[in-house]
Design a protein around this ligand. Structure first.
Ligand SMILES: [Zn+2]
Ligand SMILES: [Zn+2]
Length: 256
């Protein structure tokens, strides 16, 4: 599988955008950045979207994506997430006030632009040829990480979280079928208290939780670093031994 990074930071500065990842050209994982770093053709190839939680850095690009696919004649784009997440998008973003409700607007082919697809925590579901499970993690609002499989290979996407258990346990159970982990790390170790209250990892708490993988060694791709602390976090990540850790960059593609 391959991932194109549209944005991979836990904040915005020039050249550093919020989380948004296109898997194999057709599945968007989180929607913090879409239109800023993908062509209109790339956006129109996105068939489905999965959203980890409602925070704006993971949902804020949906309105501009919607506008860019109106003149498309493709099928409706499904937006999947747990009920709390989808309700927040409906109530607070695509609510007819902040932006139109694009589940009621049709594209040039006569199909609704968006359709919400509520998913249940802990249950595998099928979406666009992927097998996906949303697993609750440990953030300030209800948030899910995802296990995403295709052709017998899986990746884990952590979502925003601090120290947590369930997703690591399920990832470990996949054994060598788990090829890569998209891992949030937001702050350097000196801000561990802030990371705790805001529901995020620092490199040291990530290192502790990697032990929960029970010895399997998937590739680790780090995202959600706060741009201000990028250099410090990267340096601390280099001190984590025993894993192939890559700090992601916007606009690059990675084999996962
Ligand atoms: Zn968040
Ligand atoms: Zn976030």
């Amino acid at each position: 599988m391959k991932v194109k990074v549209l944005g991979c930071y836990g904040g915005q500065l020039p050249g550093k955008n919020n989380p948004g990842f296109i898997l194999n050209g057709d599945l968007l994982i989180d929607a913090g950045t879409i239109a800023l770093n993908s062509t209109i053709e790339e956006q129109r190839r996105i068939r489905n979207v999965i959203i980890s939680h409602p925070h704006l850095d993971h949902t804020g690009a949906l309105p501009f994506f919607a506008v860019n696919i109106v003149s498309n004649k493709a099928e409706t784009v499904k937006i999947a997430g747990i009920e709390n997440t989808l309700n927040a998008i409906k109530s607070h973003i695509l609510n007819g006030v902040i932006w139109p409700d694009f589940t009621k607007i049709k594209n040039f082919g006569g199909k609704e632009i968006f359709e919400y697809m509520p998913v249940k925590e802990g249950e595998w579901f099928e979406l666009g040829g992927y097998t996906i499970k949303a697993i609750p993690v440990n953030h300030t609002v209800p948030t899910c990480g995802f296990l995403i499989g295709k052709g017998g290979h899986y990746i884990m996407y952590s979502g925003d979280t601090k120290t947590t258990d369930a997703i690591w346990k399920e990832a470990a159970a996949l054994g060598d079928k788990l090829k890569s982990i998209f891992m949030e790390v937001s702050f350097p170790g000196e801000l561990k208290a802030l990371a705790e209250t805001s529901g995020h990892y620092v490199p040291q708490t990530m290192e502790e939780d990697l032990k929960k993988l029970g010895g399997i060694k998937p590739k680790i791709f780090v995202y959600h670093i706060k741009p201000e602390y990028f250099a410090k976090v990267k340096k601390e990540l280099a001190a984590v031994k025993g894993y192939k850790i890559t700090v992601l960059c916007d606009k690059k593609e990675y084999a996962v």
